[in-house]
Design a protein around this ligand. Structure first.
Ligand SMILES: O=P(O)(O)OC[C@H]1O[C@H](O)[C@H](O)[C@@H](O)[C@@H]1O
Length: 541
């Protein structure tokens, strides 16, 4: 692999690959040569710093790294998350073909289908008003209490699918900051509210604390006996759910082979299903399944997750770009960057390879972003003219759900396309001077001002286009990014499916609580932590 990486670096150094503008000038068919399509989903990577040789090297790199073999190992239930001794089978949750998927010799599909059926019954019961609160009133508001993978997926997807949302209102409480649940409860009537406690482990302190607060809310307003009818739970730890006191017919399980950040397809998707209905949820799964098949079978140059992963790796480890911006021109995808931050950074933010040695070069980049056009009026300045190159990933639907506002959608499209064109083309000093001359500025002032109006250009981007953000399209898009993270993880040589990096802070927080509460002294704490505790406690008095 190292030899191919060196070849890639030499290729970048000795060719004009990073002169994307020149590449467009030299090849009028560059769009055809460097774009790929899966049904209505188009990926245009012609504005990336690649040429045919580099794409061929990236293909060789994926072959050498064994991406295809490792992909099959994932799909067929091998224990690829070896540090936790687990298979990685979120793809089984959306296996609409229902072909057997074996874990330790047992087909998981009957269990997957049984939970889906139970979720559908419950979700449709709530939606139809057949399953009510303790006073017999219809549930109008559902509060999902969860954090990380037990929050970001359903929260992001519910917002994304707003045009399909015809069930009860949804609320998401995640933060242990009491402000989050207090502000949410202030708007709710206990009689018509259902809480879903969502936690893979059912031990996460934020979720357990918020769940206890919600329980007190119901018990104090409606009485202890009412609690059962206002709670449901989603977890892999069914014994712990039982101890919390939620009746078994309101508990929806999943399995340890589903990573938290890959769990939107499992019972963690229950709030989404309540919002949009079982049929739309099924379409969401079907979209992801379509992408799974595409990823599994399409050849490299037609394979969107392969291309996206290979380009992500190339940007990070060959061109050394430290971050990437995800810029959906789709207001309903406004939480997609946050969702991808967990998916990508918790998966590929690792420093050690599978064999325990330090990662050579870099692992995953910082992922960040906001929807367009908002970002244009905030941070795009730095993407256009800052000293760091930030590869951007744009996404835009051909049509919105507001035909009467077609003009606004056209403006959205024009802005999206203009941004990637501006990043690629830039503006030379000569062009800047020419513009100022035309505007009638005198020569001395032009020399002074023009450099500030120069854009280097050659800033890479990828643009995704899809017909419309339907449940199917959303499922497909999320699965695309999941598999991209997988491809990059294989190229980095890491285990993308554990998350030991979140442990240390949790351990220290547990140890610090008695110190913060004044039940233990600050002895043994570092000077900064001890000083901060003292200031906070004196300010709180
Ligand atoms: O679903 P839970 O077990 O409550 O976990 C919630 C989240 O917390 C952890 O700290 C992990 O880093 C995340 O991957 C997980 O999604």
């Amino acid at each position: 692999m190292q030899a191919i990486i060196e070849q890639l670096k030499t290729s970048v150094a000795n060719t004009s690959a990073t002169d994307i503008r020149a590449a467009f000038a030299a090849d009028s068919n560059r769009f055809e040569h460097f774009s790929a399509r899966f049904d209505d989903l188009l990926m245009d990577y012609s504005k990336s710093a690649v040429n045919k040789d580099i794409m061929a090297l990236l293909q060789s790199l994926c072959e050498k790294a064994g991406v295809a073999e490792k992909r099959e190992a994932m799909f067929t239930g091998e224990e690829i998350n070896f540090t936790e001794g687990r298979a990685v089978l979120h793809t089984a949750l959306r296996n609409r073909a229902n072909t057997p998927v074996l874990v330790d010799g047992k087909d998981v599909m009957p269990d997957v289908n049984a939970v889906l059926a139970a979720m559908s019954d419950f979700a449709e019961g709530i939606r139809a008003g057949k399953i009510t609160g303790s006073t017999g009133q219809q549930i109008t508001d559902v509060v999902n209490i969860g954090i990380g993978g037990s929050d970001l997926g359903p929260a992001m997807a519910t917002l994304a699918l707003a045009p399909f949302h015809d069930g009860p209102r949804l609320h998401f409480v995640s933060n242990v900051d009491g402000a989050h649940i207090a502000d949410t409860l202030a708007r709710l009537e206990p009689e018509t509210t259902l809480f879903i406690v969502a936690s893979k482990t059912f031990t996460t302190i934020e979720t357990m604390t918020n769940a206890a607060t919600a329980r007190r809310f119901i018990a104090s307003m409606l009485g202890e006996d009412a609690v059962g009818q206002h709670f449901a739970a989603v977890s892999t730890a069914l014994d712990k759910v039982k101890a919390f006191g939620i009746a078994s017919d309101r508990v929806f399980g999943f399995w340890d082979w589903v990573g938290g950040r890959y769990s939107i397809w499992s019972a963690i998707g229950l709030p989404l299903m309540i919002a949009v209905g079982a049929d739309n949820f099924a379409a969401f799964l079907t979209g992801a399944h379509a992408m799974d098949n595409h990823f599994r079978h399409a050849p490299f140059l037609e394979n969107l997750p392969m291309l996206l992963g290979a380009l992500g790796y190339y940007n990070r480890n060959v061109l050394d770009y430290a971050t990437r911006a995800v810029l959906p021109y789709d207001q309903r995808l406004s939480r997609f960057p946050a969702y991808l931050q967990q998916l990508d950074m918790e998966s590929n933010g690792k420093g050690v390879t599978i064999d325990g040695t330090p990662v050579k070069g870099n692992s995953g980049p910082v992922v960040w972003g906001e929807p367009g056009t908002n970002g244009q009026h905030a941070f795009y300045q730095l993407i256009h003219q800052g000293t760091s190159v930030i590869p951007a990933e744009f996404m835009i639907a051909a049509k919105g759900f507001e035909p009467e506002l077609r003009h606004q959608h056209d403006l959205l499209i024009a802005n999206c396309l203009a941004q990637s064109a501006a990043l690629m083309k830039g503006r030379t000093l000569e062009e800047a001077k020419g513009q100022l001359q035309k505007a009638g500025m005198d020569a001395a002032k032009i020399d002074h001002i023009a450099p500030h109006r120069v854009f280097t250009g050659n800033r890479p981007s990828i643009t995704f286009v899809y017909e419309q953000l339907t449940p199917f399209a959303l499922g497909r898009l999320i699965a695309l990014y999941e598999h991209r993270v997988f491809v990059e993880g294989v190229l980095f040589g890491i285990n993308s499916f554990d998350q030991w990096g979140v442990e240390l802070g949790k351990e220290l927080a547990t140890g610090l609580l008695p110190v913060v509460e004044g039940k233990a002294g600050t002895d043994g704490q570092d000077a900064s932590t001890a000083g901060l505790v003292q200031v906070l406690s004196s300010l709180a008095r």
